[in-house]
Design a protein around this ligand. Structure first.
Ligand code: HEC
Length: 103
């Protein structure tokens, strides 16, 4: 192999490795799960205690929960857009004291 060809292949391999490294670092979009209880349990307790949600059960209506959940997504909650309505419904319908968010 000539020197230039060798240099070229080294550059090509380095380039390829760099690209695959960069694409693996890309932020993955939250995938819809269709499991609102699981989402609340897993994703709504990252930043604050579930007690914070527990305190609002039965006090917020659907519209208020919708506003709250969208604000949490703005804060950085990892919830897919498609799952927002079911999470809002779930939070609107669970009873005060529900063991999912209350202890
Ligand atoms: C990225 C961090 C983060 C995540 C994830 C998160 N929250 Fe919050 N949450 C906050 C912050 C910050 C506050 C206080 C400021 C505020 O109210 O906007 C808060 C406050 C709250 C409050 C009290 C204020 C109010 O409007 O009643 C409730 C209820 C709440 N969060 C529910 C949720 C629910 C439900 C989820 C999941 C859908 C969630 N949070 C996920 C950051 C987060």
């Amino acid at each position: 192999m000539s020197k230039t060809l060798k240099d070229l292949s080294v550059i090509a391999v380095t380039f390829f490795l760099l690209i695959s490294l960069l694409s693996s670092c890309e932020k993955t979009q939250a995938q819809p799960t269709g499991d609102p209880a699981g989402i609340v349990k897993k994703n709504c307790t990252v930043c604050h205690n579930p007690q914070r949600i527990c305190d609002s059960l039965g006090k917020k209506d659907r519209k208020e929960w919708d506003k709250t959940v969208k604000r949490m997504v703005d804060h950085g909650a990892d919830i897919s857009k498609q799952d927002i309505p079911s999470v809002v419904d779930y939070l609107t319908n669970i009873k005060p004291g529900s063991p999912t968010v209350c202890r």
